[in-house]
Design a protein around this ligand. Structure first.
Ligand SMILES: C[S@@+](CC[C@H](N)C(=O)[O-])C[C@H]1O[C@@H](n2cnc3c(N)ncnc32)[C@H](O)[C@@H]1O
Length: 221
């Protein structure tokens, strides 16, 4: 990438994030409980850079690619939740929640039961602390390597794993196949039937990320 393109991308991402935060404040801060959760969340992360936390964790694990962290913008997450028609009575498993902002949004705006899995302890401790402070009963936090887990049955699984390697996706697919048929797996950028013909894409739609537009897939086995 040339220096010009780098500068353009840098300012493009900054502009996207600024627009997104304005959208979040004007649309989601009307709900006081979410506003307070998100303000505390941002206050804590004023002192902690999530990209650095993730990079340090991956370095200690001797992972070859250290730049794997990214977040789903809340406005994009809202589009996904609406397209997937997630209801308060549903259960939702997020694999690799990162800082967990989407889970907090889901707990306040849909109120379904959420299991969040993340292996970076700093993210897990902060998300658990916020849940405890606000007495959020519908989120459970689990600090574990998702490849070493057996997933409990759930209605929806959310996987934003654009940087996952093929062998990692195949490992998750084997775990999904052990769950009840009919579990809807929401994946970003790739459909699961690219990896296993037994999965069907029941819906796909465009979604926006700071780095550009991609597609979201709803897959069933
Ligand atoms: C691209 S981020 C997505 C964060 C969040 N789901 C979102 O959409 O905003 C992927 C997250 O998955 C976590 N992750 C990656 N591999 C994992 C594993 N084996 N077990 C648990 N978490 C993992 C990373 O630490 C990172 O926080």
């Amino acid at each position: 990438m040339s220096t010009g393109e780098l500068i353009k991308t840098y300012f493009g991402v900054k502009f996207f994030n600024l627009k997104e935060e304005c959208y979040v404040i004007s649309n989601y801060y009307k709900k006081i409980s979410f506003c307070l959760i998100d303000l505390l969340f941002h206050f804590i992360y004023l002192f902690i850079n999530p990209y650095r936390v993730s990079k340090k964790f991956l370095k200690e694990k001797n992972e070859p690619n250290l730049h794997l962290y990214g977040e789903t913008p809340l406005s994009t997450f809202e589009t996904i939740i609406k397209e997937a028609k997630i209801l308060p009575t549903n259960s939702f498993l997020e694999l690799g929640v990162g800082r967990g902002r989407c889970s907090f949004w889901l707990s306040q705006f849909v109120g379904c039961s959420i299991q969040s899995v993340e292996w970076v302890p700093t993210f897990h401790h902060i998300a658990s602390l916020i849940s405890k402070i606000f007495r959020l009963k519908n989120i459970s936090h689990c600090c574990q390597d998702m490849y070493a887990m057996n997933f409990k049955n759930t209605d929806f699984i959310f996987l934003y794993g654009t940087c996952l390697e093929d062998r990692e996706i195949l490992c998750l697919i084997e775990k999904f196949k052990k769950m009840d048929r009919g579990v809807k797996v929401i994946s970003i950028s790739f459909p699961l039937n690219d990896y296993d013909q037994e999965f069907k894409t029941i819906e796909k739609f465009p979604v926006l990320f700071p780095w550009g537009e991609t597609e979201c897939f709803i897959n069933v086995y």
